[in-house]
Ligand binder design. Structure first.
Ligand SMILES: [Zn+2]
Length: 272
């Protein structure tokens, strides 16, 4: 085999594994299958890979609970109070959490909708289906099913709540910028090894939504009280300037440190 072809295949395997965990294995199996069947057309090989990938994703849905993780559904129905931001999260197998986390976010969503009728709670990256210690990049800690990111609740430029919508189409990287006098523990740092990205160039592309303070503040308070007492929540990450602005308090609300990702575009939670 040509060296470049081998290199290319290794590269694809690594990228698929990093992005989807099981995609790399599905790719290897599809290479094997197309070779056995003597299929050489590019389009046929892509199709075989997609079939293998879909089958692997389906099997992961079935098998993961035996290993302690359950998928959050991307098929939100009429009455559902919780949704995964994009079907992409499920297509990439990034929607797995422990049963305890699933119960917590279901209860949060119900209580949010009861307090603010017509509110859908939007969740983002969870964890991969298998293997403790296998991180869901770029989130190093999302490696055991006990972590989940929750989107902020937003209002439009006129101040009206927008349901099931986030500023960023994937829910990440649309940062709430701190103001001059705000608490900013990382101000002035120039870390080279860091995942605290600012993406300043990206910010103008997002719509001019703002955080809906009532709902987001209530959710933080719920997490640090009911979540901690009844569902074993042990950590909430959100930037200090937002914690202050939303008047959220509780010993579970922490700062993630300056080398970890910014948390003024989403809320990160962890259960026992
Ligand atoms: Zn997170």
């Amino acid at each position: 085999m040509h060296f470049f072809r081998l290199f290319f295949r290794c590269f694809i395997f690594v990228v698929l594994t990093i992005l989807t965990q099981i995609g790399g294995m599905a790719y290897l199996l599809s290479l094997f299958a197309t070779r056995v069947m003597g299929m050489s057309r590019f389009s046929a090989r892509i199709l075989v890979f997609l079939l293998f990938y879909a089958a692997a994703t389906f099997l992961a849905n079935m098998a993961a609970p035996a290993f302690g993780r359950v998928p959050l559904s991307c098929f939100a129905g009429e009455g559902d109070k919780m949704m995964v931001r994009s079907a992409l999260y499920c297509a990439l197998n990034r929607n797995y959490v422990t049963p305890r986390m699933r119960d917590l976010v279901a209860a949060l969503s119900e209580d949010m909708d009861e307090k603010f009728p017509g509110t859908t709670t939007v969740v983002l990256d969870g964890n991969f289906p298998f293997i403790d210690g296998f991180p869901l990049l770029p989130h190093l800690s999302h490696a055991d099913g006990r972590k989940l990111d929750i989107a902020f609740y937003y209002k439009d430029a006129d101040g009206y709540f927008v349901d099931g919508v986030t500023r960023s189409p994937i829910g990440y990287f649309a940062f709430e910028q701190p103001r001059a006098g705000d608490e900013q523990p990382c101000e002035g740092r120039k870390d080279i090894i860091t995942t605290r990205w600012n993406f300043d160039w990206l910010q103008p592309f997002f719509p001019s939504y703002r955080i809906e303070e009532q709902r987001t503040g209530f959710a933080l308070q719920w997490l640090s009280t009911v979540g901690a007492k009844q569902f074993g929540l042990e950590k909430i990450f959100v930037e200090p300037h937002l914690r202050n602005a939303l008047a959220a308090s509780g010993e579970t609300i922490r700062f993630q440190g300056c080398r970890a990702a910014r948390h003024d575009d989403h809320i990160h939670i962890q259960v026992r």
